[in-house]
Ligand binder design. Sequence first.
Ligand SMILES: Cc1cc2nc3c(=O)[nH]c(=O)nc-3n(C[C@H](O)[C@H](O)[C@H](O)COP(=O)(O)OP(=O)(O)OC[C@H]3O[C@@H](n4cnc5c(N)ncnc54)[C@H](O)[C@@H]3O)c2cc1C
Length: 320
Amino acid sequence: MAEILVLVDHVDGAVRKPTLELLTLARRLGEPSAVLLGPGADAATEALGRYGAQKIYVVDAPEIDEYLVTPAVDALTQIAERTGPAAILLPSGPDGKEIAARVALRLGSGLITDAVDVTAGPDGPVTEQSAFAATHQVTAHVTRDVPVITVKPNAAAPEPAPTDPVVEKQDIAFGPASAGVRVLSRTPRERGDRPELTEADIVVSGGRGVNGAENFALVERVADALGGAVGASRAAVDAGWYPHSHQVGQTGTQVSPQLYLAAGISGAIQHRAGMQTSRTIVAVNKDPDAPIFELADHGVVGDLFAVLPQLVEEIERRRS
Ligand SMILES: Cc1cc2nc3c(=O)[nH]c(=O)nc-3n(C[C@H](O)[C@H](O)[C@H](O)COP(=O)(O)OP(=O)(O)OC[C@H]3O[C@@H](n4cnc5c(N)ncnc54)[C@H](O)[C@@H]3O)c2cc1C
């Protein structure tokens, strides 16, 4: 069966959920092989094996951590040249997309970014993408060489398929360009107990209708009751009610959770661009003509200050 390379997104071997989703998708296309760059192979092996990695290619060279992106491009390209995979899957974050573009260029392959689904087709992987602020759905496949595909988080639910992976250390010849930009220090981003916005199964977002920073506590209560992340529209962020890092949309973070709850958000095209690929969209808005209702699967026309507390109450009642 054809080998499918999956670039592992991890921190010191702690594998992040989008990688487990990629392994699940890779199994539709062939035999998944994880490519683990940097330290942490021992810690990562169990998780990667649990989600079906047959092989783990490990590159634990200092260059990976010391320099930006290019060593990862060298490593993934050389592993692809050695193994001749049927496809390469990467997570759709900024690093993943940059690595993917450069690897595709070096391999002379076609590139597809931001896929929201990947299936096996007669001529290789077939992807689904949302284009033009998610107003169009694009079905595509690469016609040239090894398809390089970046996949958005939440494109598939991770499904375990335990294996006993073979771990192979790989030596990489890093080119001079690899040492171009050196990382001098790293500061871990502060994060609370909530899931990452891009990875969360559930995102609860507030907009201008939330009407003040202090009222975002209500949005947070709903998010916490559902175990989700908090998002915000640009209007809310620009007003200083919530940190910019939580902005959802064209110029913010793009999310594709299972459930997206928009409270007090009108549904401007730039906001839609960041959330329209969500599996189920629920909107709470007091204006029945708000454009958000055009794409919502379920809508509540009402005052969010009346609706959200009732929602939290009901969730808590059902939980108990
Ligand atoms: C280049 C560019 C990039 C942009 N990028 C982004 C982006 O990434 N993300 C983004 O979000 N926007 C972005 N915008 C801004 C976008 O065009 C909108 O201005 C913004 O999304 C509006 O935010 P909003 O829906 O919170 O506010 P509004 O459009 O003001 O909508 C507020 C909504 O809340 C409702 N409401 C008010 N009070 C209540 C209440 N008590 N209960 C229930 N409902 C209530 C109102 O009926 C209204 O529908 C961008 C704009 C430009 C030009």
